[in-house]
Ligand binder design. Structure first.
Ligand SMILES: Cc1cc2nc3c(=O)[nH]c(=O)nc-3n(C[C@H](O)[C@H](O)[C@H](O)COP(=O)(O)OP(=O)(O)OC[C@H]3O[C@@H](n4cnc5c(N)ncnc54)[C@H](O)[C@@H]3O)c2cc1C
Length: 380
């Protein structure tokens, strides 16, 4: 079977590409490794920025749907010292420059906007090979295969499409985020809930940080961030409740309402080692194949990754629309600005990791927040 546009990965990037192509009457097929839309909790709130993620949603014709899933008030941000002292407290200004939505709601919005059958679930890409003329044979783990006129790797950090373009592989960035949740926060965890406030809370110190976010449904979503070698984490059994004590011990002397975000959590701790591709990762044009999102430029979390993946999905679709019948011209037009922007974003992302966990934390982070809140620096 031959298909014109084959997208690997139904994350936010791949789905945005499929949706914007659909808006312009171009069909595509998205192959996704997960067995179904609800097979994994798409946990976490994302702030969707006006200059990238929101632009992509506009191109997708989904601005109205997006507005309906915004978690109002969630843009509030505060920074606490390790003893719980408030260092910065910025309320949500209601201007929706970076409104918060649940990743699962956003993915659902995109999925529902696609014609039935666009996403083929349970189809994990095993590998792809060149056939010539820009076509690729795409083989799945279940033994099935297809041929793509245009193959797009939107398959995230460990992309199986990337080797067609580049030898680069992700390396450990020197820090691991440990994720957990507190349920029914105001009732059951009032002191921790009060410390977090209405939106995002950062408590930062050299080498260690607690970042928590209030999500819809009275939920506190917590990331502990530790700058430690990867081996330090492999030595911990995170399924064992004792892991909470081990991680909390890294915050000895911190305010109890902050350490409670770890010790009183309602779910097991889940380690998320942070990996990165080289800053400025790029490739020579190879006919008929490209990448977007984390597959193209995995970087430490900076609040931009999902936004960039969506913008790139929209921009790639736009390039294909503007170059009908000339895939190579479209891919060149898409890739060059993407490479330049991603390189700048990756520099910022590494800088952000350093601001959160570096030797002068939290002072550099606070200075950045103050700069961002100057009126002339706020995008209108
Ligand atoms: C701890 C943490 C916190 C973050 N917080 C934020 C944040 O607040 N804001 C933000 O903007 N970004 C955040 N990010 C980054 C963001 O999650 C990613 O940049 C974003 O999800 C990238 O989107 P994507 O579509 O490129 O890839 P993904 O979201 O990774 O989607 C890839 C899809 O491809 C599928 N897939 C993978 N391999 C295969 C295969 N072989 N065959 C078929 N399908 C496959 C996967 O199942 C998945 O559905 C965070 C990242 C981390 C690690």
């Amino acid at each position: 079977m031959e298909q014109a546009v084959v997208i690997i990965g139904a994350g936010l990037g791949g789905l945005t590409l499929a949706r914007v192509l659909h808006v312009h009457g171009i069909p595509s097929v998205v192959y996704e490794a997960e067995p179904g839309a609800g097979s994994r909790t798409q946990g976490g709130q994302l702030d969707i920025h006006d200059h990238n993620g929101q632009r992509a949603l506009e191109a997708a014709g989904l601005t109205e749907g997006f507005r309906s899933i915004i978690h109002e008030g969630g843009e509030a941000t505060r920074v606490l010292d390790r003893d719980g002292t408030m260092l910065i407290d910025e309320p949500d200004d209601g201007r929706h420059r970076r409104p918060e939505v649940l990743r699962g709601d956003l993915r659902r919005l995109l999925l529902d906007s696609l014609p039935a059958g666009t996403v083929r679930w349970g189809r994990k890409l095993a590998g792809a090979s060149r056939l010539g003329d820009g076509r690729h044979e795409v083989v799945f783990a279940d033994g099935s295969s297809t041929v793509a006129d245009l193959l797009v790797g939107a398959d995230g950090a460990w992309s199986r499409v990337r080797p067609l373009l580049s030898d680069a592989t992700p390396r450990y960035a020197g820090a691991t985020f440990i994720e957990t949740y507190l349920h029914d926060a105001d009732n059951r965890h009032p002191r921790a809930a009060a410390a977090v406030g209405a939106g995002a809370m950062f408590a930062l110190a050299p080498g260690r940080a607690i970042f928590a976010h209030r999500e819809a449904g009275d939920l506190l979503h917590v990331y502990v961030e530790l700058k430690r070698p990867a081996e330090w984490f492999t030595g911990i059994d995170f399924g064992d409740p004792a892991a909470k004590g081990l991680v909390a011990a890294e915050f000895a002397g911190w305010a109890p309402e902050l350490t409670a975000l770890v010790t009183d959590s309602d779910t097991p701790l889940v380690p998320r080692p942070i990996h990165t591709l080289p800053i400025g990762h790029r490739w020579q044009r190879v006919p008929g194949v490209t990448l977007l999102g984390d597959a193209a430029h995995l970087m430490p979390p900076s609040g931009e990754g999902a936004n960039l993946a969506m913008l790139e999905g929209a921009e790639l679709a736009d390039a294909l629309v503007r170059h009908p019948g000339d895939v190579e011209a479209a891919l060149a037009a898409y890739e060059e600005p993407m490479f330049a922007r991603a390189a700048l974003e990756a520099v910022d992302a590494h800088r952000m990791l350093e601001l959160c966990l570096g030797d002068d934390a939290p002072s550099g982070f606070i200075a950045m927040m103050k700069r961002m809140s100057e009126p002339d620096r706020r995008p209108s």
